[in-house]
Each structure stands twice: as C-alpha cells, then as structure tokens.
Design a protein around this ligand. Structure first.
Ligand code: ADP
Length: 524
C-alpha cells in the first residue's frame, strides 16, 4: 500500500471510528432510556391503580361504618343501606349467638322468605373464618374480606360477588354482615365516576374479570372501549375476587411512543452512518483516483520526453551529416531528407496530440462537421501510410465497402482517430504481421475497423485503455513507447460525432478496434 493511500485510510479512520463509537453509545443509551421511561410510566400507572383500589376500599369501609351507626338498630341501618345502594343485591345480617338471619333484599330483587340454602351452607362451613374475623374485630381491626367459597345464589342477578365483615350493634351484639353485590352495579356505581374522573382523555381505565376457563376477560366497566390486544397494566381489585383494574394509555402507549421514537432515531442513525460510510468510500475512491492520475501524469511526462527525444536525435544526426557534406550520393541524400521529414512529421503529430488533449481538457476543442464519404477519407489516409508499412514490413489490406458511406464528420478529427488506431496497430504488432482496415455499413451505422495480429489486450484492461494516460503495464507494452493519450482522444472524438469506439481483443492473437459513426442523410 503506498503512502498516499495509507494517509487517506488513517484520515478516514480518524473520522469514522469516533462516529461509530458515538453510534454504538447512542444505541445503548436508547435502550436504557426506554427502560427508564417504561419504569417511570409503570410506576405512574401503578399509583393510579393503587389510589383506585384505595378508593374502593374506603367506600366499603363507609358502608360498614353506616351499618354500625349507633343511632338506629343495626337491621334498620342494613335495610337503609341496601335500599340506597343498587349495587347490593342482598345483605344478610346474621345474629351470631342465635344464628338468626335478617335478609335485606334490594327492591329490584324478588327475594325469598327464608335464608337461601347456599348461605346456610356457607355459614356452616365458615365458623372458623368468622371466629378469626371476630378476633380481629376485638383487637380493633374490622377486616372486610371476600366471602370465598360462596356459590352463586339463585333468584339473584348472576353477576355476584360477596364480602363479609363482623360487626357489633349498639347493644354490643355480634353480627356478621354478608354483602352480596351485583358486580356490574358495584363497579359502575362505586368506581365508575372516580374512574372517569381520573381517566379524563389521557388513560383508559377498565375493570375486568378473569375466569379460569374463559380465554378473554369479561369487561365489567371501562371508561372507553377496552382493547385487550393493546398493552395494559393490571392490578387485582382487592375488594372483588378475580377482578382486576387495568390501565392503558389513550391512543398510543408511552412505551409504544418510545419504541416508535427509538426506531426513528435508530433508522436516522443508521442512515447517517451509511451516508458517512458511502461518503468515506467515495472520498477514498476519489483520492485513490487522484493519486493514480498524479502517478499517470508523471509517467506521461517521462514518456513524452522519451518520445520527443528519439525523433529529435534522429533529425539532428541526419541534418548534421548532411551539413558536413559527408553524403555523396543523391539517392542517400534523398533517403536522409525522407528520414528528417518523417521524424519531424512524427514530432508534429505527437505535439498535435498533446495540444488536442489540452484543448479537450480546457473544453476548447471545436469540430467542423461536413458531409463526407468514409471510404474516400480512409483511402486518403491509407495512402499516406505506404512508406511506414513498407519500412515495418507490414502487410496492410484495405477492404472498402462497395458503396460510398455518407457520414457527417470533422475530417481532421476523423483522420486523427483512425491514424491513432493504425499507429497503435503498427506499434503493438511484430514486424511482418498483417493489418486489415475495413469499412462497411451495418445496422444503419458506418463501421471503420482496424484489425491487427499483435500482442492483444487482456480482458481486465479493455475498458481502462480509453482512460487518459492509461497504459497497460506489462513487458510487451513496455517495449513500445507511448503517452497513454491516443485512445482517450479517439473516444472523445467519437463521442463528439455521436458515435463510439469498440474493441475486441485477445492477448497473443491481436486486437480489432472499430469506429462507429451514424450514417447521414444530409445533402452535401
Ligand atoms: P499509448 O500511447 O500507450 O499507445 P493509447 O491510449 O494509444 O496509449 O493506448 C493505451 C494502451 O492500450 C496502450 O498502452 C496499449 O497497452 C493498449 N493498446 C492500444 N492499442 C493496442 C493494440 N492495437 N494492440 C495492443 N494493445 C493496444
């Protein structure tokens, strides 16, 4: 790896590594944030549920304290309480010592005279429970607890829940109060308004009942439409068995909101990282290209110097010999003049190529398009190569299309493109090999092909040879001198003519370069 590339890599690492570390920390802190927000949210929800539970408990306590109102007999208190609260279907007041029951039915219930059998049954099985509650009461703690094990009582609304509490009347007679509620009424009348008050527009509060066999909970009450599919927090309602208070945020839950925000943040973060990585990659590629061009340019300078030096020293040598009058025969003189003429032509050609290149670079190269017959242009150029072919002992076959090929071209540029191809064909072919120059019309396009049997070009170089200064770096190419400019000029010229240059080549077998021009229908 050369020094320049290494420097670029180090700079990129210096930019990218902190960015990646930042991204990593960001991703980690996002999940921490999420956890913390979740915890705060859950605490808040729990507080709401706790206060509701507390409220239900208080209401129950209020009822019990109304029963023990010392101003009236306890049975009177009981029937007043029942008639004032639709939630109580039946209140059984059991006189503990004589086991006599007073039944207070609400007026929407058609009650029976005697104590329902299930209730008698329950009392007979719960002596110990009542004894325990009495102990609590005597110790100053009036415990209200669910009357567990009490079956559904026929004749009442089936949505039943029962609570029991021990109580002394004003004469210190011990009673057990067994409340049988209509659960729906209870939830609605006791908790409903409080739930509405707390929920407002922010939360969705519900009371649900879960039975073991049912898959979905029964919704006893809800401040709005309860959606079991959405995330919710639940806490058991102390007062009623199998009944839970639930809370959901309205619309989107906080954790969903955080999730969405985090996902957006992450997406944005990864988008930024990808942009930086792509940017870094492009910078790296560009810098690499710039380095390569700098390298190619310096090669170019030494190649050009070399190319200029060879004809210059030949011209100088032959001119000096002539000047010293050392050449006697006229034939030899003519020979020397030809060499000087040819080499100075080569120099002119080289300089023209370089000038053309700099004009293209500066966007100053202009073309003067005229209608011409491609066959004529090719023939004219071919004739100028007679001497070179002879000198290199190259057999060149010209195969022209049987009819004129009308094209719209800048004649000078056309000659330049074709002569660059012919020069390369000569340059990269051994002596005594064959070159074919062919013209034809195919698929509505004008073709001019230069095929040689030279060294050929390996597949991996085929697209690159049209780049400026590019020269194939191998032993065979190194033998010949060049600037790496010719094919890039050819390609530029072809683009300006709305045409193209194509190449087919195999190492060791030769190359075929084709110039493609659009045919013209314009009158001359
Ligand atoms: P150069 O001055 O090096 O010839 P060019 O732009 O004309 O520059 O060509 C670029 C490279 O393409 C050359 O260095 C050579 O390796 C390869 N090339 C071009 N023409 C031929 C050909 N006819 N046969 C083999 N290789 C060729």
């Amino acid at each position: 790896m050369n020094k320049g590339v290494r420097t670029i890599l180090i700079i990129l690492l210096v930019i990218i590594v902190p960015f990646l570390i930042y991204a990593y920390l960001q991703v980690r802190s996002l999940s921490d944030d999420e956890k913390m927000a979740d915890a705060i949210y859950e605490k808040q929800m729990e507080t709401v549920l706790f206060s509701l539970n507390q409220y239900a408990d208080d209401r129950m306590q209020q009822w019990v304290s109304r029963l023990s109102n010392k101003a009236n007999p306890i049975i009177k208190n009981a029937s007043d309480l029942v008639l004032g609260n639709e939630a109580i279907q039946l209140l059984v007041m059991r006189h503990i010592s004589n086991k006599k029951d007073s039944l207070c039915y609400n007026d929407y219930v058609s009650g029976t005279n005697g104590t329902p059998e299930q209730i008698n049954d329950w009392y007979s099985k719960n002596d110990s429970t009542l004894a325990k509650l009495t102990d609590y009461l005597n110790a100053g703690f009036q415990k209200i607890q669910p009357a567990s094990g009490l079956p559904s009582i026929s004749g009442l609304n089936p949505a039943q829940a029962a609570m029991t509490v021990m109580i002394y009347d004003k004469d210190s007679t011990l009673y057990n109060a067994l409340f049988i509620f209509d659960t729906n009424y209870w939830v609605e009348s006791v908790l409903g308004s409080k739930m509405q008050e707390i929920a407002q527009d922010e939360f969705l509060l519900s009371v649900i009942q879960k039975t073991e066999d049912a898959q979905h909970p029964d919704i006893l009450y809800s401040t709005a439409q309860f959606d079991p599919a959405r995330e919710y927090i639940e806490r058991a309602l102390w007062i009623l068995p199998n009944t839970y208070l639930t809370i959901q945020s309205n619309n989107v839950s906080l954790s969903e909101l955080i999730g969405v925000r985090n996902r957006t943040n992450l997406a944005f973060l990864f988008f930024s990282i990808s942009t930086v990585l792509i940017g870094a990659y492009l910078i790296f590629k560009n810098a690499q290209k710039a380095l390569k061009i700098a390298q190619l340019k310096s090669d170019f300078v030494s190649n050009v110097s070399h190319e200029i030096r060879t004809p210059l020293s030949l011209i100088r040598m032959y001119a000096e010999t002539l000047m010293l009058g050392r050449v006697s025969s006229e034939e030899k003189k003519q020979n020397y003049y030809q060499v000087i003429h040819r080499e100075s032509g080569r120099l002119t050609y080289l300089v023209n190529n370089i000038l053309d290149f700099s004009r293209i670079e500066a966007n100053r190269k202009t073309y003067h398009m005229v209608k011409a017959d491609m066959n004529e242009l090719v023939q004219k150029l071919y004739d100028t190569y007679g001497y070179t072919f002879k000198e290199k002992e190259i057999e060149c076959a010209l195969i022209l299309f049987k009819e004129p090929i009308p094209v719209q071209v800048d004649e000078q540029a056309f000659e330049e493109a074709l002569s660059n191809l012919i020069d390369n064909a000569i340059k990269y072919s051994p002596e005594k090999s064959k070159i074919h120059i062919t013209t034809r019309i195919k698929d509505g396009m004008a073709y001019c092909q230069v095929a040689d049997q030279g060294i050929g070009i390996a597949q991996e170089h085929l697209t690159k040879i049209f780049e400026q200064f590019y020269r194939v770096e191998d032993a065979l190419t190194q033998k010949t001198k060049g600037t790496g400019l010719r094919l890039s000029l050819v390609q530029h010229i072809m683009k300006e003519h709305n045409g193209a240059v194509k190449v087919v080549s195999k190492p060791g077998q030769g190359s075929t370069f084709t110039l493609l021009f659009p045919l013209t229908t314009e009158p001359a």
